[in-house]
Design a protein around this ligand. Structure first.
Ligand SMILES: *Cc1c(COP(=O)(O)O)cnc(C)c1O
Length: 397
């Protein structure tokens, strides 16, 4: 059994705060402070450029990629980290599209995160006329999988509602129609068990600053199925994805397998934070994590629904159809979130009316979830959200 008191003790959370936003930015792992300081002073300061070899900086993208691979069910040697998630979406989609040269349609859904759709639009625009991004309602995806579709590009867990797609079933159907799949695991990695190999996913991408807790600006990851590893052509052909980066050849030759998905210099200091964050996952059984996530989510939903008739559940009621977040609709949702934050409960708001709460068993327990629901009840009951101070929107909501 996973010891969640032990995992919780490894995070540095401010006193008096109930943090329900780990789905957006995970908290600081205590060990990251020391690990980043070591990378700064011991490695960068002390070893200077020799640290690329001596401190293993150059190998880190693959080493850390494999540690993430365990959390998403990837075969060893097929995940690499680097860049931001938006870039990794572009990269995966570009490679996948090239593998279906006779098709022009990318199928996605309206629950996808806008940046994924924007990156697809940008890529399709560069590829020329005839390419089309078809965006349908999440429940229509399966029926819209036709033989026109080159790539099915989906985010497994909807960032607004937490709705969970059936990755294995949709992948099977897509492949039966001759399409490839690109799965975005931004709200899945570290949130629930994922099995990219078992599901037969072709490509998968995700970020490390949400449920994996590697800090603001931490790098993304990409998975390419072993059967495509030597066939996928990298559209972003940077020198560190070259077969011989220090051969300085005039022309690009892709590195072997997943190494070709590297682009340029990796973010060394952020990788140090990621390394410390991943240490916490070593003792975690994802089945235990899932069981606890469901128990906490169910308790939160029950308590909020019992005390806040003003709110409507926006997440699927069936826990098996949800990721690890709970959302409620409320017309004054933005102000209500500000009122919660003022009282030490940090959630966030997604337009137009979604109040979003991340459920992160590594550092959240039943007492906090219940206390958060009680504070919400007080805010609703006394209309505490109705304060001019809570209505001014900041740049980040
Ligand atoms: C968080 C998130 C992103 C953010 O992309 P960045 O490039 O890391 O800013 C993209 N896609 C999805 C599905 C996300 O949830």
């Amino acid at each position: 059994m996973t010891d969640f008191d032990a995992t919780r003790a490894q995070f540095d959370l401010p006193e008096g705060v109930i943090y329900l936003d780990g789905n957006s930015l995970g908290p600081l792992p205590r060990a990251a402070t020391e690990r980043v300081a070591r990378a700064m002073t011991g490695e960068w300061g002390g070893m200077l450029i020799t640290a690329w070899n001596k401190a293993g900086w150059m190998a880190q993208p693959e080493v850390l990629g494999d540690r993430i691979g365990r959390l998403i069910g990837a075969e060893p040697g097929h995940v690499v980290i680097g860049d931001t998630l938006s870039i990794k979406v572009y990269q995966a989609l570009a490679s996948a599209l090239e593998m279906r040269p006779d098709r022009r349609v990318v199928l996605s859904d309206s629950g996808n995160f806008p940046s994924d759709l924007y990156m697809a639009e940008g890529l399709l625009g560069s590829l020329g006329p005839g390419y089309q991004l078809r965006c349908v309602a999440p429940e229509e995806v399966e029926a819209e999988l036709t033989e026109e579709v080159a790539v099915l590009m989906l985010t497994e867990v909807d960032y607004r509602t937490g709705r969970l797609h059936d990755m294995a079933a949709l992948t099977r159907k897509a492949q039966a129609m001759g399409a490839l799949t690109v799965w975005d695991l931004a709200h899945s990695a570290g949130a629930l068990p994922v099995d990219v190999a078992g599901a037969g996913a072709d490509f998968a991408v995700g970020c490390t600053y949400k449920y994996l807790n590697a800090g603001p600006g931490a790098p993304a990851f990409i998975y390419v199925a072993p059967r495509h590893a030597e066939a996928a052509r990298p559209a972003l052909s940077g020198w560190l994805g070259h077969a011989a980066p220090f051969g300085f050849e005039p022309s690009y030759r892709p590195g072997s397998g997943i190494a070709r998905m590297r682009v340029g210099t990796p973010p060394v200091l952020q990788m140090a934070a990621l390394e410390a964050a991943l240490d916490i996952w070593d003792g975690v059984d994802l089945a235990d994590l899932r069981a606890r996530s469901i128990a906490l989510s169910e308790a939160f939903i029950a308590r909020v629904e019992a005390t806040c008739p003003q709110l409507t559940l926006a997440s699927p009621r069936d826990p098996a159809a949800r990721g690890s977040q709970v959302s409620f609709r409320f017309t004054e949702g933005y102000a209500a979130i500000q009122a919660l934050i003022a009282r030490g409960v940090i959630g966030d708001f997604r337009a137009p009316d979604i109040m979003r709460f991340g459920v992160t068993p590594l550092y959240l327990g039943m007492a906090e979830v219940e206390a958060a629901a009680d504070i919400m009840a007080e805010i609703m009951d006394q209309q505490l959200w109705d304060d001019p101070a809570y209505h001014t929107r900041a740049a980040v909501t």
